[in-house]
Design a protein. Structure first.
Length: 279
């Protein structure tokens, strides 16, 4: 049992659960738009997400004041050479497959654009420092949703995409933003000691708590309205997103959960779209 806990811990510390969650998110939008996405696209999405998150953690660990407080940054600081080498390998492998595989032609232009924008934006936030760190959660949630949805959306004619798809993308964005804001709220003291900025440079902790509640309830409210006016085909998608946001709020207000438990469980919630494979 202890070995199993350690495996789950390292899966979380290395952001592998985020990778699987991103793949599940792409499945969510593929099911919503009724399109088939090649396995190689899922694989490249996983490489891209892991590379971006790991690079971000490596940069944070390097810029920490002294020894990082969080286990995640401690791990990335301790094994920075190995992880840096793995990131480079993933980028090279991903780039080779992206430009060589014919399955990538339909997303090549959009993929390059999104990748360039993401890299420049990450660089800007690192250079700008804590003053603009409040943009990190918002932009990360937006880029995350764009990353998991653009391949399914690129598979269909834009003119034929129903507005409901964009509403679901907006609610997914709210779910990702609630997740990131929750983690910032939980890690406020640790981030302050390490010299990391967050949305807390803009609003106080009590204000952030209210914002998380409002965003979560807004997402659930939109889904409730959608369930009442949309065909039954969309009910499963609404239910999955509702569970993701709803349980986030339950975890957030829970008094018997540790920070690590909240982090692991909240990241695991984004695996729920894999339930669509059973249908």
């Amino acid at each position: 049992m202890e070995i199993f806990r350690k495996i789950l811990l390292y899966i979380n510390l290395l952001s592998l659960d985020v990778v699987l969650g991103a793949m599940a998110g792409m499945l969510f939008f593929s099911d919503l738009l009724e399109v088939n996405i090649a396995g190689s696209v899922y694989f490249l999405l996983g490489l891209a997400v892991w590379s971006i998150y790991t690079l971000d953690h490596l940069m944070d660990a390097r810029g920490a004041i002294g020894k990082p407080q969080s286990p995640r940054h401690q791990l990335h600081q301790k094994y920075h050479r190995v992880l840096s080498a793995l990131v480079i390998c993933c980028i090279l492998i991903g780039a080779f497959l992206f430009f060589r595989l014919t399955e990538m032609e339909f997303i090549r232009t959009l993929g390059i654009l999104l990748g360039v924008v993401t890299l420049f934006w990450m660089g800007f936030l690192k250079i700008a420092g804590p003053k603009y760190s409040w943009l990190k959660e918002i932009s990360t949630a937006l880029i995350y949703v764009l990353g998991i949805s653009f391949a399914p959306i690129a598979k269909v004619d834009f003119e034929l995409i129903d507005i409901s798809v964009y509403v679901f993308a907006f609610v997914y964005f709210l779910a990702a933003l609630v997740n990131l804001l929750m983690l910032s709220y939980q890690d406020a003291e640790v981030d302050q000691k390490d010299g990391f900025g967050s949305v807390l440079v803009l609003i106080p902790k009590n204000g952030l708590k209210k914002l998380i509640t409002v965003l979560g309830l807004t997402g659930i409210g939109v889904l409730v309205v959608f369930s009442a006016i949309l065909p039954s085909y969309y009910h499963i998608s609404s239910m999955i997103l509702g569970l993701i946001i709803g349980y986030h709020l339950i975890l957030f207000f829970s008094k018997n959960q540790s920070k690590d438990q909240i982090r692991r469980k909240s990241e695991a919630l984004f695996l729920l779209p894999f339930l669509l494979l059973l249908l």
